[in-house]
Unconditional design. Structure first.
Length: 266
């Protein structure tokens, strides 16, 4: 069995140290294999300009935030998947990091930027890939990647057992849609969303909470309330994600016909 979960909370915009301390305190005695945090949980989400991103983003290879999270992973012997405002020279990415007892393991840069993110982040340039830990394969996606079924399918084709999905959701569709992603790909998904508003001089964005863990077949295992901090960990059997049969004679991966999928398969 494998223990996966999420921490849903309300980051305060620009208060990196406060937000990090909130996470460290919440996870200080966690018992899990992986915990997923929301998208951009340390900086906050609703940037006004690229300069603001550049001022708050960090290079994960030289980041006090990443170092603190890795120390916690060593102390509690688990992994974290977290959103992260990543600065790499003059580029800025809305990224997701896999951090473990050994430190930073993998960086995924959000492929599908949402709405005004296009004004201040660079589009992701890291191929979709799965990472194996403790015999389980995880695939990372970030928030609006949910709206592109190609992402979950690509990770499923690479053998992902669990989709780890940091999010800052503002539309109302994702939680329901992820049930379908798990139905059609027969894998697990942990969506870690934030709650509460980002109140900025240029406006306000409200986030929808309702973080969740979904099982193969689209079964909702657990969902958080819309407006409350919550750390929740569930026990799952990753082996269930390796059986892709939806009926005795229908296998959702083996029965694909990519030669008929035209543009999608090129
Ligand atoms: C989103 O991608 N943060 C909606």
């Amino acid at each position: 069995m494998f223990r996966v979960g999420y921490f849903q909370f309300r980051p305060l915009f620009g208060r990196v140290e406060r937000n990090l301390n909130r996470v460290l305190a919440a996870l200080s005695d966690v018992r899990a294999d992986i915990v997923v945090l929301p998208e951009l949980p340390f900086t906050g989400y609703y940037f006004a300009t690229r300069d603001e991103v550049m001022a708050l983003a960090e290079d994960p290879a030289r980041s006090a935030t990443v170092d603190s999270l890795a120390r916690l992973c060593r102390q509690r012997d688990f992994y974290i998947v977290t959103g992260f405002a990543e600065r790499r020279h003059e580029k800025a990415y809305n990224s997701s990091l896999l951090i473990g007892p050994q430190g930073l393991v993998h960086t995924y840069r959000k492929l599908h930027l949402f709405n005004t993110e296009k004004d201040y982040f660079d589009a992701g340039d890291t191929p979709l890939s799965v990472q194996e830990l403790r015999g389980v394969k995880i695939g990372m996606m970030v928030c609006f990647d949910w709206a592109f079924p190609e992402v979950a399918r690509t990770l499923a084709l690479q053998g992902a057992d669990i989709l780890c999905h940091p999010a800052n959701l503002v539309l109302g569709f994702c939680q329901q849609t992820m049930l379908t992603r798990c139905l059609e790909n027969r894998l697990y998904a942990v969506t870690a969303n934030r709650h509460g508003p980002d109140l900025r001089p240029h406006g306000e964005l409200k986030f929808t909470g309702r973080s969740q863990v979904v099982a193969p077949g689209g079964k909702l295992l657990q969902r958080a309330p819309a407006r409350r901090d919550l750390l929740h960990v569930v026990e799952i059997d990753p082996a269930l994600a390796r059986n892709k049969a939806i009926t005795v004679r229908s296998d959702l991966i083996a029965d694909r016909r990519p030669q008929f999928y035209g543009e999608l398969a090129r």
